[in-house]
Design a protein around this ligand. Sequence first.
Ligand code: FES
Length: 156
Amino acid sequence: MAEPTGGPHFVGTKEELMQAKRSFRTLEGRDILIVYHQGVFYALDSYCYHKGGLLQNGDIEEINDKLCLICPRHKYKISLDNGEGLVKATDVKAQPPVVKWFSRGVKQRVHTITETDGNVYVKLSEDPGWIQSDYYQGEDGKKERAKDEAEEESTS
Ligand code: FES
């Protein structure tokens, strides 16, 4: 088997990815979501860092000047640009306390997406640190996702 290289991997033509708006690809065993929004492509791990929710159908909103994908499962906000998790909470240090957005830090792994001559490529992130969304790309995370999906189906 070939050594993983991280890419860049061809993921489709600009035209088809623009039309699809959301595209799912598996690159070197990693499940990636490609998003086209307002003229820009983004690539990130396709399962939410919180509980592995499928991000593919999440809405996009601007929060604190950042475009965020909203996980359909529990509405966690994920910055498309860098995978930062954003949360609204009360700043008790302010007088009077105010409700504002805080960063949880980078939680979702994002990948580099580029376009050349109408073809789009993804280079997998080489950030060596652990990023929370990594869990749902591994075997344990896969089992947990399957269990959650089965539970959701039995209650719906
Ligand atoms: Fe995404 Fe919980 S699984 S917010």
